[in-house]
Design a protein around this ligand. Structure first.
Ligand code: GDD
Length: 315
């Protein structure tokens, strides 16, 4: 079995590649000249890395023709919400064009791989309290250019399945974190600030944005198991929430992280970290996915946060 992972050098891509290797799957991953390789150093020799610019249809065509993957996990994306306000065109282009190129290249190749696409709970956007926990049938009310790009990817998956029979499974993943999480995302950002303070690299002040938002966090290592199961047992064309079913405020997440450190730290709001519009609450109902695949998250949140903090302490 051969799997293609777009974005293999990223946070989720690197964890997924490790999991696929454990299962004995042959792994090919896309890289660009400027990709950072530190997340995949420990298993780089066990995977094939293919140079590919996903925004270039010719580059993607060549990749699919040469590698002939049976499974495609399409993870590569601009995934940080605030970046999408600073450069909305870049986010839309990156996320939508890359996926379009993958789908078109698959159609032209005549191959019939199963394709998982990384959609997002951000698509639900403005959710009213009485609309939780969020089911796949909830309205999509995106609140950022990033969320709009994910709605487009999601519906493109639906459309290519209906129009051409592409075997696309749409995973709408709620927040996920763990070791290697990029430092701009909230869990990692706070954990890194704590680790830096502990090491004396910065004064004991931790800067924060909106602490009232509520999020449903799953460990990345549980999420990559879900992606595998999505292609093993998911129904092509369908959308599936991937979530823990529990949510907490960002303030509670911060308290947990602070309780894992012995250092005295002052918390201060940094207005630059506030967003033009923030999604207030994301709490997922993933019964549809559980019933179909038997998946359930196994790593407790506290463990995830300890592992994340220790990851930053070791950097
Ligand atoms: N990044 C960041 N930094 N967020 C902060 C901070 C801070 O200093 N302080 C508070 N927050 C709040 C944000 O306003 C937001 O409400 C929440 O913490 C989570 O922010 P992020 O970690 O940046 O993630 P996100 O929820 O915007 O998006 C993530 O989850 C999506 C799935 O719901 C990303 O991983 C997306 O790629 C993913 O699709």
């Amino acid at each position: 079995m051969k799997a293609l992972v777009t974005g293999i050098t990223g946070f989720v891509g690197s964890h997924l590649a490790e999991y696929l290797l454990e299962l004995g799957v042959e792994v090919v991953g896309t890289v660009r000249g400027r990709s950072r390789m530190d997340h995949i150093r420990s298993f780089e020799k066990d995977v094939k890395l293919a140079e590919c610019e996903l925004r270039d249809p010719f580059s993607v065509d060549r990749l699919i023709r040469e590698e002939k993957p049976e499974l495609i996990f399409h993870l590569a994306a601009q995934s940080f919400v605030p970046t999408s306000w600073n450069s909305p065109m870049d986010t839309i282009h990156n996320n939508v064009a890359a996926q379009l190129n993958v789908f078109e290249a698959v159609l032209r190749s005549g191959l019939d791989p199963k394709i998982q696409i990384a959609c997002s709970s951000e698509e639900y956007g403005h959710v009213l309290p009485e609309e939780t926990p969020i089911k796949e049938t909830n309205p999509l009310r995106p609140l950022s250019p990033y969320a709009v790009s994910k709605v487009a990817q999601d519906y493109m998956g639906y459309q290519y399945n209906r129009s051409f029979g592409l075997r696309v499974v749409r995973t709408r993943t709620f927040n996920h974190t763990g070791p290697r999480r990029g430092e701009q995302f909230v869990t990692s950002n706070f954990a890194k600030q704590i680790a830096d303070i502990e090491k004396g690299r910065k004064p004991p002040i931790l800067y924060v944005g909106n602490l009232e938002a509520q999020r449903d966090f799953t460990d990345v290592r549980d999420v990559v198991r879900a992606y595998w199961l999505a292609l093993e047992r998911g129904v092509p064309g369908e959308d599936y929430n991937i979530a823990s079913g529990e949510c907490r405020t960002i303030a509670d997440m911060l308290s947990l992280l602070l309780s894992l450190s012995e250092t005295e730290i002052e918390v201060r709001t940094d207005p630059a970290r506030l967003r033009p519009s923030d999604v207030e609450i994301l709490l997922g109902d993933c019964r549809k996915f559980r019933l179909r695949t038997g998946w359930k998250p196994e790593i407790p949140f506290r463990q995830t946060m300890e592992d994340l903090l220790n990851y930053w302490r070791e950097q």
